[in-house]
Structures are given as structure tokens and as C-alpha cells.
Design a protein around this ligand. Structure first.
Ligand code: ADP
Ligand code: MG
Length: 556
């Protein structure tokens, strides 16, 4: 339990750094912090919440086996030695009387601001079944938990920060999934089946096909979240308390787009996770489906423990890929997120062994070091300034045509509707010349593409936005294909050159040589006798022995 020495600390930091490097996140993205400076470390925060005895729980009359000491530490009876207690210290300890607001304000709310900085955050509820994970995360209408509180605040925050006139436009989306028996199920679209978890070139973990619902208000959130949660609850009664056997993951993405140049874009992801029960299923005597479920749960939770240990020991390989849960949490543990683990424990004696194991896991988790950084890049399609310059190029009548009615409706990414700032009121030529050459090239190829598709007039401007985006995508794909072909061509050229060089060394064996140098292996060289000077032939003809000699030589 004691804090490790400085060497161990360094190793842990290195492991966290190498994990971040393996994830590749730091390589591809532009970071606010910059490539020269390493992002500062942020240890995984760990809070423990002890729930009160709940009505009807057997043994409620017993004294609790665990007791809080102060706002950060607690003690639990030592099963090896009854005279002693085991003491633990965490970032926060919340006792039986703590409220939902205490936990939220004390441990969760402080990390939400990072989302608006384009950084990731995760909240994980860990602990045995019945210890209060769902109560902490979801709560009830009377006592709302972390999820509704965080969403309420986040939506409020994004409304304020993204208001008209502020530098950034903000949008929020939500996805809700469940990992059940190592299958990833979309709770917003249960018919979609098992989804795959992938990693993009930037090292970002993503789930293609996962439903993403845009939300602008808490009512929006409830409209999507409540039916999805009910689906899960129906599953719980029908499928033997499935809800406690699956990991529920709510993913909230905050997307920010800068309204003015340089038109940066930031994305912050918040994972709110109600983990499956961490109880030891060998003790609970599970059979049949339960045992199968337990196996799967244990795989995920067992790997979670291994991931934490690998990070703590600075091992070169962190087994994120060994389970769906850890793959998804790659960023939350040893990655780039601000993470908080809330270990839920129960006071009843029958929970004792599971409580000890949950506390041990929590103690190991608090040693894990993350390195959060800002996920910042330039917006892929910065059309705002180009649109203005094109308008100016075309003059007033065309400029009027340029803005299609659809553009207003869709609620476009803000930069497209960005007001012309003082710096933007430049001559069209200046604007084009000051543009990123890659972007300029892309726009020109888009123009060419539009022209080749038979569009007339000022195609780039008169095309409805949705169509334009599709075309942009096509151009981008074509660019990629061209890039691929170029690489292939280069490879072939290199191969050819290598072959030529080799041939030169071997005196061009495959090419036809000048006749004088050729060695004909199939036929014997012609006899000189055939080209003998005339007088010699005559001499030979005069001597019959000579003729016989030639015939013998020919083997006839
Ligand atoms: P888990 O999700 O870990 O299996 P639950 O959240 O379902 O556990 O909690 C089990 C029971 O205990 C529920 O009836 C819940 O309402 C109750 N409970 C949990 N934590 C608290 C708490 N802090 N205060 C009051 N009741 C609680
Ligand atoms: Mg639960």
C-alpha cells in the first residue's frame, strides 16, 4: 500500500508514456501543449464509496466490517489477524451518509472542464454486485447520480461556451453501449448486433457503426437514454440480472470548432462506465449461463487487473487487446484521459472478501499514471474563407446565389457561417494565396470534379452543402488512391532500377548481346574448314585422307 520509491515511480511514468506512444495518440495529433513538451502526468484518481446498510439486507444488525477514518482513508478488519485492521488511503473516501451531490461535486465535476479543453475524461464505477455502482452512476429520480448530473452540467457548459459571439462552436453527441459476454452491443440500436472496436491511424479507439445522437438539452439526452436503459433493465429481469453482468458505457463527445482562423477543431470524450460486478464467481456458486457470463466478466475484469499491474510495473506490453473492456478503456488507463475510479463497497459481512479485493484493486489503480493532452487539429474542410473569396470573385449577383437555402437549415459546422472578420476582408487573391496549399489543391480538384460532372456556373458555391461534403469526401478518397498509386509506381520504379543494376553486373544476361559476343551453347562452332581459303580446299580435295579425317570428326 505504501507509495513506491522514486525508481518505481519513474518506471511507472515511463510505462504510461510508452503506453501513450503505443496508442499513437501523441504522434498524429496537433496538441495545444505542443510536440516539444511532454504532457504533464495525471494520476488516475481513486475514490471509495461505502454505501449504508440497505433495508432487508441480511445481517443489517451486524456491525459493519469496514469503517471510514477520515475524508481519504478507511479501515477494514484483517481476516488473517482479528487484532489488526487493514488501512487504505485514497484520493477521497465517501461514507454511508455521503450524498450523490457529495460524490459528484467532490470527484466528478472537477474533471468535466477538461472536456472543453479538448481532453478526454473517464469515470468508472467498480465493485461487487449490490455495492452501489448503479446507484452512484445512475441513481434514481429522487437521487440522481453521476450520469444525469454530469450531462446536465456539461450541456449547460457547452451552451454557454458555444454561444453566438464566442470563439468556439460546440456540439455534443452521445452513444450508449453494453459489453456483455465480450460482445459490444449498441443500446441505442439493439438490433445492430456485436460491434467491433477499432483503432484509427491516430491511435484513437472507435467503434464503427455505433449510434451517435446529437443532444442539445437534457430533455434530448433523456429521450435517448431512458428507453435504452429500460431495454437493459428488461434484459436484467429476463436474463438473470444481466445488468449486473454487463459493462454499461455511456460515451459523450464534445466537439469544438473554432469560428475564426486558424479554424482549429477539438474533441473531448467522456466515458461514464458502470462496470459489471467484481465479485468472485467461484464463491457465488454460479452455474450454466451464469457461469458462462461470469467467465466473460471475469475475463474483462481479470484483464483490467492485468492492465493496471502491467502499467504499474512498467511492463513493455500492456494487455489492452486481451478484452473488449480494456480495449475500450485503453485511453482511460495509462492513456490520455483524466480518469476517476469510484470503488463501491458495502458494509455487510457477507461482502467482506469482495470488499477486500475491490479495495486492493482500487489501491493498485491509483498508481496508474495518465498523460492527458488536447486533441486538437485543423478542421478538415475549412470552407469559410474560400466561400467569401469566391463570393468576392464572382461579384454581388453570384454571391447572392452562392448561399443555398439548405446551408442555413442543416446547422452547419460554424466556420462555414463564420462572419468576416477584419483579417478576412482581404482581396480574394490574397486569401487564396494565403491558403494552405493542400486545401487550395483540394478545392481546385473539387471544382474540376464538379465541372466533370456537368455542373455549370460557379459549381463550388451553388452546390448544396450536403452534396458538397460528399464530393469533398470523394475527392479526399481519390487523393488517397492517387497517393497509393504513386507509392506503388515508386516501388515498381525502384524495383526496375534494382533489376537493371543487377543486370549490368551480370553483363545483361536477359538482353540480346551483339552477335560477336554471343556464346551459342546449343550448336557447336562452325568448322573453320568450311571457310578455308580456296587453295587449301583444293589441296584437301587432292588428298583423300584429309576428307576421311573431316568425316570422322563429324562423327558420321
Ligand atoms: P450495483 O449496481 O453495484 O449492483 P446498486 O446500485 O444496484 O448496486 O445498489 C444495490 C442496492 O443498494 C440498491 O437497492 C440501491 O438503491 C442501494 N444503494 C446503493 N448505494 C446506496 C446509497 N449510497 N444509499 C442508499 N442506497 C443505496
Ligand atoms: Mg448495477
Amino acid at each position: 500500500m505504501a507509495a513506491g520509491g522514486s525508481t518505481q515511480q519513474r518506471r511507472r511514468e515511463m510505462a504510461a508514456a510508452s503506453a501513450a506512444a503505443i496508442s499513437g495518440a501523441g504522434r498524429c495529433r496537433l496538441s495545444k501543449i505542443g510536440a516539444t513538451r511532454r504532457p504533464p502526468p495525471a494520476r488516475v484518481r481513486v475514490a471509495v464509496r461505502l454505501r449504508p446498510f440497505v433495508d432487508g439486507t441480511a445481517g443489517a444488525s451486524d456491525p459493519p466490517c469496514v469503517r471510514g477514518m477520515d475524508s481519504c482513508s478507511l479501515e477494514i478488519a484483517n481476516w488473517r489477524n482479528h487484532q489488526e485492521t487493514l488501512k487504505y488511503q485514497f484520493d477521497a473516501f465517501y461514507g454511508e451518509r455521503s450524498t450523490q451531490q457529495d460524490i459528484y461535486a467532490g470527484s466528478v465535476q472537477p474533471i468535466l472542464r477538461h472536456l472543453l479543453e479538448g481532453q478526454n475524461a473517464s469515470v468508472l464505477a467498480y465493485g461487487p454486485t449490490g455495492a452501489g455502482k448503479t446507484h452512484t452512476m445512475l441513481g434514481s429520480p429522487e437521487q440522481p447520480g453521476v450520469i444525469p448530473r454530469a450531462l446536465m452540467d456539461l450541456l449547460q457548459l457547452t451552451r454557454e461556451e458555444g454561444a453566438e459571439g464566442r470563439p468556439w462552436a460546440l456540439s455534443v453527441t452521445m452513444s450508449y453501449l453494453e459489453i456483455y459476454q465480450e460482445k459490444v452491443l449498441d443500446l441505442l440500436d439493439p438490433a445492430s448486433g456485436d460491434l467491433v472496436i477499432r483503432e484509427d491511424c491516430r491511435g484513437t479507439i472507435l467503434i464503427p457503426g455505433l449510434t451517435q445522437k446529437p443532444i442539445t438539452s437534457f430533455a434530448d439526452f433523456e429521450r435517448h437514454f431512458l428507453p435504452a436503459s429500460r431495454n437493459r433493465t428488461v434484459g436484467a429481469t429476463r436474463l438473470n440480472q444481466r445488468s449486473s453482468r454487463s459493462h454499461a458505457v455511456l460515451l459523450v463527445k464534445v466537439d469544438q470548432r473554432e469560428r475564426l482562423a486558424p479554424f482549429r477543431q477539438r474533441e473531448g470524450k467522456l466515458y461514464l462506465i458502470d462496470l459489471a460486478g467484481s465479485e468472485d464467481n467461484r464463491r457465488t456458486g454460479n452455474k450454466g449461463l451464469r457461469l458462462k457470463e461470469s467467465g466473460a466478466i471475469n475475463t474483462s475484469l481479470f484483464v483490467l487487473g492485468k492492465v493496471v499491474d502491467a502499467l504499474n510495473q512498467g511492463l513493455p506490453r500492456v494487455p489492452y487487446r486481451d478484452s473488449k473492456l480494456t480495449r475500450l478503456l485503453q485511453d482511460s488507463l495509462g492513456g490520455s484521459a483524466h480518469s476517476i475510479l469510484i470503488a463501491n463497497i458495502a458494509p455487510e459481512r457477507r461482502f467482506y472478501l469482495d470488499t477486500v479485493s475491490a479495495l486492493n484493486f482500487a489501491a493498485r489503480s491509483k498508481e496508474v499514471i495518465n498523460r492527458p493532452f488536447t486533441n486538437e487539429s485543423l478542421q478538415p474542410y475549412v470552407l469559410g474563407p474560400v466561400k467569401l473569396s469566391q463570393k468576392e470573385l464572382l461579384g454581388p449577383p453570384e454571391a447572392k446565389r452562392a448561399r443555398g437555402p439548405e446551408e442555413e437549415e442543416i446547422g452547419s459546422p460554424e466556420p462555414m457561417a463564420a462572419p468576416a472578420s477584419a483579417s478576412q476582408k482581404l482581396s480574394p487573391l490574397q486569401k487564396l494565396s494565403s491558403m494552405d496549399p493542400a486545401m487550395l489543391e483540394r478545392l481546385l480538384s473539387l471544382d474540376r470534379l464538379l465541372a466533370s460532372q456537368g455542373s455549370q456556373g460557379a459549381p463550388l458555391l451553388s452546390t448544396p452543402k450536403r452534396e458538397r461534403m460528399v464530393l469533398m469526401k470523394t475527392v479526399e478518397e481519390k487523393d488517397l488512391e492517387i497517393e497509393r498509386l504513386k507509392t506503388k509506381q515508386k516501388e515498381l520504379e525502384a524495383k526496375m532500377l534494382a533489376q537493371k543494376a543487377e543486370e549490368k553486373e551480370n553483363h545483361c544476361p536477359t538482353m540480346l548481346r551483339p552477335l560477336s559476343h554471343r556464346t551459342v551453347t546449343g550448336a557447336k562452332p562452325l568448322k573453320k574448314a568450311v571457310v578455308m581459303p580456296l587453295q587449301l580446299i583444293q589441296e584437301q580435295a587432292a588428298s583423300p585422307n584429309a576428307e576421311i579425317h573431316i568425316l570422322k570428326n563429324k562423327g558420321r
